[in-house]
Design a protein around this ligand. Structure first.
Ligand code: ADP
Length: 425
């Protein structure tokens, strides 16, 4: 027996006369199909329950159950209700019987003796439909498999994201704890340092005023250096204590009417010698026209002192520092509010875009720490990395905003930096 591929379309032929079945099968076998024979309506029903046929070719006249009854039975079963049926009849080929056949859901009608080409072409339509259905089913299966794969992949991804989120949250909690420990440590150390430092500053001041020291140039210089260093250390310790207050949001601001122009003038006077020494020019544009604002004068003085100090430190000798002032709105934090916008711009080494936000975190400084000299206003002179963190804390405590802009870091081309401060007024 010839073994046919299992996905060949199956055709059911039903006739009570074996001779007719034989002729029909001989004809159909020319197509790539599997032909199933049934000599009665009951046999045909049994076969339709077992196989999925693409078409059934049914003789109308049969004893026990005729073609009409068989089709009715097929239509009443959900599994076979849509099985296409072609009726074949030698005597019922008038219009009445055709209509009766179509009413039962028969798709086509052939009168005996039939023309083989016509039969084959009709059957071919159903074979093509079968193949189409088959291809669709395969596509649906593939789609379902792909869908399952996507769902599985999504689930895996979600699990991974959840896992990573948990890890990140854990790491974040640990960092928070470490940061709190660091803040506690800074606070304890700063408090411990304050008393001996006051003694140191007080006595060095006392020594400076003593005639015996003043009369000896070398001693006087040494004591003066000691005194200046102790004052610098005091500033650092105070900055550390203030940073702890920023972190714990316990900064206390004392609001008064502040003239930004006066404040900046005070800052300028504090750096006049350094600017001359480093051959840097400082220009103010639009600052004198700014209105008075309600602010903590001391806190703002520290903010601008730090920004100008940094502009001096990170600009090579002979450079230019410009402070611009203007009034404006800030859509980002308060669309209805007016702000004083102060920009401190320099022609210095600039800041890499990747660290323009990071520089506002405490103890952050760019570059190699070993390059830092100890001078407060020397080119690239080092600091503890607290100035901008404090400036941000002070500005935000006023309801303002501070940020840096720069085309990048380059010590040769010096693209410069711009620090922006927005303060509500
Ligand atoms: P520091 O005490 O190191 O100056 P800051 O908090 O004031 O600390 O500044 C942090 C870092 O930001 C500095 O180490 C420096 O790398 C960078 N920085 C600040 N201002 C400027 C500037 N005007 N030009 C270039 N880099 C700057």
């Amino acid at each position: 027996m010839m073994v046919m591929p299992p996905d060949y379309p199956k055709i059911l032929i039903v006739d009570d006369k074996p001779q007719n079945l034989y002729t029909l099968e001989r004809l159909l076998i020319k197509l790539d199909v599997l032909v199933f024979q049934a000599t009665s309506g009951f046999d045909a029903l049994a076969l339709t329950l077992e196989h999925d046929f693409c078409v059934a070719i049914i003789d109308i006249q049969m004893p026990e159950m005729d073609g009409y009854e068989l089709v009715e039975m097929l239509r009443s079963n959900q599994a076979t209700a849509s099985l296409p049926v072609i009726f074949v009849s030698a005597i019922y080929s008038d219009e009445y019987h055709h209509r009766k056949a179509y009413d039962t859901g028969v798709v086509d009608f052939l009168s005996k003796p039939f023309v083989p080409e016509i039969l084959l072409s009709k059957v071919n339509v159903f074979i093509a439909l079968y193949h189409q259905r088959h291809r669709l089913q395969t596509l649906v299966k593939q789609l379902n498999a792909a869908n399952d794969e996507i769902l599985r992949f999504n689930q895996e991804l979600e699990d991974k994201v959840n896992e990573r989120t948990e890890e990140l949250q854990r790491a974040y909690r640990q960092l928070e704890l470490l940061d709190r420990n660091k803040s506690d440590f800074i606070q304890v150390i700063s408090h411990e340092l304050r008393t001996p430092l006051s003694v140191f500053t007080g006595y060095s001041q006392l020594l400076l005023n003593m005639p015996q020291i003043q009369s000896d140039e070398m001693l006087s210089r040494m004591v003066s250096n000691l005194h200046t260093s102790s004052l610098r250390l005091k500033d650092i310790v105070n900055a550390m204590l203030e940073v702890v207050k920023v972190d714990s949001q316990t900064l206390e601001l004392h609001y008064v009417q502040v003239s930004i122009a006066d404040l900046l003038d005070l800052v300028y006077r504090g750096f006049r010698d350094a600017l001359t020494e480093r051959n840097l020019s400082l220009e103010m544009v639009g600052v004198a026209d700014l209105p008075l604002i309600e602010a903590d004068a001391q806190a703002l003085h520290k903010v601008f002192k730090n920004l100008v100090n940094n502009a001096i430190k990170y600009t090579p000798d002979g450079g230019q520092i410009t402070i611009r002032g203007q009034l404006q709105k800030d859509e980002e934090i308060a669309p209805a509010q007016s702000f004083v916008h102060i920009m401190v711009c320099d022609t210095g080494i600039g800041i890499d875009s990747e660290v323009q936000e990071l520089i506002f975190t405490k103890f952050y400084h760019t570059g190699d720490a070993s390059y830092h000299s100890s001078g407060e206003t020397k080119f690239k002179g080092g600091g503890p990395g607290l100035g901008l963190a404090l400036a941000k804390g002070f500005v935000e405590a006023h309801g303002g905003r501070i940020w840096a802009e720069s085309a990048g870091y380059d010590e040769h081309t010096c693209p410069g930096s711009q620090f922006h401060v927005l303060l509500p007024f």
